[in-house]
Ligand binder design. Structure first.
Ligand code: SAH
Length: 204
């Protein structure tokens, strides 16, 4: 079923071998509530509690491909959610720092990582809008919730040559890639529209 899913993603334009390899390897059904297990290998998003969703496999693959992860890269992920995207990054041998804004999901997924033997460098309950200055700069930052605007701290926390992949917009999001060219210059590229749950602001 995972191989079939990878074939669907190839048909949709994913060509990064290592990303496809991650999709073929990671047991996505374990990241879903059991009632949805039958659906785990369709190219669809699903509810994971606290009004959140596990992203569609195509979206995960597309964002990961844009990030161009190399082994040992330090990657900041905003929106841990189910942990599936985290597992994809770990499969690519990245050092992953992941932040979740919802306490319930943070606790559940942190436990799940331990149970499964997934080892992000840090799993943090916090606010993605401010990033993670204490561990910056990063080779890559991936935002997995819809951002109404591009938070400046995330741009500031990129290494020179580092990449920020962020869906920007309110009802619909444009997948946007920023590459840091120098201290002050960023190259910006846009890649079509997607739909994400909103990146939460001002949450206590
Ligand atoms: N990467 C996840 C996708 C989860 S959906 C996966 O593979 O399952 C987006 C996640 O972003 C949700 O879990 C949501 O609670 C979280 N989120 C929303 N606003 C956030 C913020 N300001 N900071 C960090 N995480 C946030």
């Amino acid at each position: 079923m995972r191989n079939k899913l990878a074939e669907i993603l190839v048909d949709k334009g994913i060509d990064a071998t290592k990303v496809l390899d991650a999709i073929k390897t990671i047991p996505r059904h374990l990241f879903l509530d059991s009632s949805f297990e039958d659906h785990a290998y369709q190219d669809k998003a699903f509810p994971i509690g606290a009004e959140q969703t596990i992203s569609q496999p195509f979206t995960v693959a597309f964002q990961t491909q844009l990030l161009e992860v190399k082994p040992n890269d330090e990657i900041l992920e905003i929106g841990t959610g189910s942990g599936y995207q985290t597992a994809v990054l770990l499969h690519l041998k990245a050092k992953v720092f992941t932040i979740e804004r919802q306490q319930e999901l943070f606790k559940k997924t942190k436990l799940f990582f331990t149970k499964m033997g997934y080892r992000p460098k840090k799993t943090i309950f916090g606010d993605g809008y401010i990033g993670l200055a204490s561990e910056a700069p990063f080779d890559g930052i991936i935002v997995t919730a819809g951002a109404p605007y591009v938070p400046n701290p995330l741009l500031a926390q990129l290494k020179i040559g580092g990449r920020l992949v962020i869906p920007v917009g309110i009802d619909e999001q444009i997948m946007t890639l920023f590459i840091r060219k120098s201290e002050k210059e960023f190259e910006k590229k846009e890649f079509g529209s997607f739909r994400f749950v909103p990146m939460l602001e001002d949450k206590n």
